[in-house]
Design a protein around this ligand. Structure first.
Ligand code: AMP
Length: 276
């Protein structure tokens, strides 16, 4: 496994990689969710590149960029075990030199949900992913359904800008009690960790209502909204039942619909979703 810190070296090594090349972009502090992408990419490609880069431009000024957890040594050991060929770990300056001034903006699908709660977030995500695609030139790139809107945004970017890469979206990996695995779960103290189970419970409630024949999206949103504050530490940012492609809120649920929510547990903001 080669650990590469510069764009030049990454480009040179890329030329010698056997095709097809899989890329898994991450912000590090790897967990089973990331590793499910790594393992699938390993199986489907001759060469595997994993990037680790905590992208400052996708964090808002009040967000956790400075505290974002990291443990590169552990990450590298995990990636070595899963037979990664190249780990691309650039510095912030390498990716954003002082004169940097170009941005990728995806309209419409970025307006709501995470885009509304985190202004500028998807501009940062789209820009860094476009840069990674240009640097690594992967055949396929792997993303998690956990970040459902991100998956929609990346697919839209690739289609609109004719990027020559296949986007693969893989299911959300969960803890035994349903909590979606996230690097940010370590911010939760034991009491908050317990309260965090309400996020998946609310999604299960939506699934249950839908499977019982409920097609009124507002009824589903309302029932979820009523459930969440029953855990004293949980406050709702948004609860959404939207078209899975356009992310527009629905009146009547028609499959595939994306049920997604953002909930603050204490000071930690968690997101999760299911597709009906
Ligand atoms: P991050 O390091 O948080 O930027 O995540 C890197 C990639 O891993 C993204 O495509 C995420 O959607 C994906 N990911 C994060 N958590 C999970 C999870 N629990 N299950 C599946 N994929 C995940």
């Amino acid at each position: 496994m080669k650990v590469v810190e510069t764009i030049d070296e990454m480009r040179q090594l890329r030329q010698r990689l056997a095709e097809p090349v899989g890329l898994v972009p991450t912000m590090g502090y790897l967990h089973e969710g990331h590793l499910s992408l790594v393992r699938q990419a390993r199986v489907e490609n001759q060469s595997l590149v994993v990037s680790i880069f905590v992208n400052p431009t996708q964090f808002g000024p009040q967000e956790d960029f400075k505290q974002y957890p990291h443990n590169p040594q552990r990450d590298l050991a995990l990636l070595e075990k899963d037979k990664t060929d190249i780990v691309f770990m650039p510095s912030t300056d390498e990716m954003y030199p002082p004169q940097f001034s170009s941005w990728v903006e995806i309209e419409k699908v970025t307006e709501r949900l995470e885009g509304a709660s985190r202004p500028g977030h998807f501009r940062g995500v789209a820009t860094v992913v476009a840069k990674l695609f240009n640097i690594v030139q992967p055949t396929r790139a792997y993303f998690g359904q956990k970040d459902a809107q991100q998956a929609v945004v990346i697919k839209k970017m690739v289609a609109d800008l004719n990027m020559n890469v296949e986007i693969v979206i893989l299911p959300t990996v969960r803890e035994p009690d349903g909590l979606a695995i996230s690097s940010r779960n370590i911010y939760l103290n034991p009491e908050e960790r317990q309260a965090a189970t309400v996020v998946y419970q609310a999604l299960c409630l939506a699934q249950e209502l839908w499977s019982q024949g409920e097609t009124n999206a507002q009824t589903i949103r309302q029932q979820m909204t009523d459930l969440i504050p029953k855990k004293p530490l949980a406050t709702i940012d948004y609860v959404s039942v939207a078209d899975a492609e356009t992310l527009q809120e629905l009146d009547k649920v028609e499959s595939p619909a994306l049920v997604s929510l953002a909930v603050k547990i204490g000071r930690t903001r968690l997101i999760d979703n299911v597709v009906l």
